[in-house]
Write a protein that binds this ligand. Structure first.
Ligand code: CTP
Ligand code: MG
Length: 247
């Protein structure tokens, strides 16, 4: 098994922006840590022996946002000096949709890579135990595996007029997180089929499902939240402030 992590940091973070805070969330740095959000999960992945390398996916060059003009290689070199990962790294440029960014990351992987973990850097609190659970499932020959947590809220399907349609059976529901693990050929085939069919998914498992592959589950973690809105930032570090950084 030769496993690489694709760490996605190419989104615009629109839902996390405010009038006064226009930096994409993955580039925000907490005072307590001193490095940007995307480096949190990079540190976690880099400490896992089975992970052979990390491919960062940064915003596409054509974005006319501040982030696209950043020299990411230089930013990483500086972070590496102070908070080292000490693991092979590659950089890819993402695309318009998350799916495009993953595909771009896939293209940048070395030939030797046989398995891929795709992770949203907007989930900084992923634990080494969860990453290891995904890798262990892949080791057993599973082709696609995702973390899921039980849903605590009652979930209702709503109708186009905004009223309640039906209540879904909660025991059959799981909220799906990242990292999602795949054997490389399966993930490549899933992306190829999605591209051919014009299918757009919000995670990689949905592409694998669309291509007819079985997707397995391991237990996720409630702490592994995705930072999505400014409220998430505030909830996660209620005593702390965050500031904007350039890389
Ligand atoms: N992502 C990406 N490329 C994209 C879109 C998203 O790499 N074109 C990444 C984000 O950087 C994030 C993860 O996918 O780590 C999950 O996406 P989401 O939480 O939706 O982040 P954003 O798309 O950046 O936020 P928003 O949808 O609010 O603009
Ligand atoms: Mg998004």
């Amino acid at each position: 098994m030769h496993c690489w992590a694709i760490l996605l940091a190419a989104g615009k973070g629109n839902r996390c922006r405010t009038k006064d805070q226009q930096t994409a969330k993955q580039f925000l740095s907490f005072f307590s840590a001193g490095y940007p959000l995307y480096w949190h999960s990079a540190l976690t992945f880099s400490r896992i022996p089975a992970i052979q390398g990390i491919c960062f996916v940064f915003p596409p060059q054509e974005n006319d946002s501040d982030e696209s003009s950043t020299d990411y290689a230089a930013a990483i070199q500086e972070l590496e000096r102070v908070h080292p990962l000490r693991i092979p790294q590659r950089i890819a440029r993402g695309g318009k949709e998350r799916q495009d960014s993953v595909y771009s990351g896939l293209l940048a992987l070395p030939d030797a890579c046989t398995h891929v973990l795709v992770h949203d850097t907007a989930r900084p609190f992923v634990s080494a135990e969860l990453v290891t659970r995904i890798i262990d499932a892949l080791r057993t020959g599973t082709n696609a595996v995702v973390p899921g947590v039980p849903v605590n809220d009652t979930v209702k399907q709503i109708t186009p007029d905004g009223t309640v349609g039906q209540t879904l059976e909660r025991s059959c529901l799981r909220a799906i997180q990242t990292p999602q693990g795949f054997s490389r050929p399966i993930l490549e085939q899933a992306h190829a089929k999605a591209a051919a069919d014009g299918y757009l998914g919000t995670d990689d498992a949905s592409l694998a499902e669309h291509a007819g592959f079985t997707v397995n589950l391991v237990e996720g973690e409630t702490a592994n939240v995705k930072i999505t809105t400014p409220e998430d930032l505030a909830l996660l570090q209620p005593q702390q402030q965050y500031r904007q950084v350039s890389g």
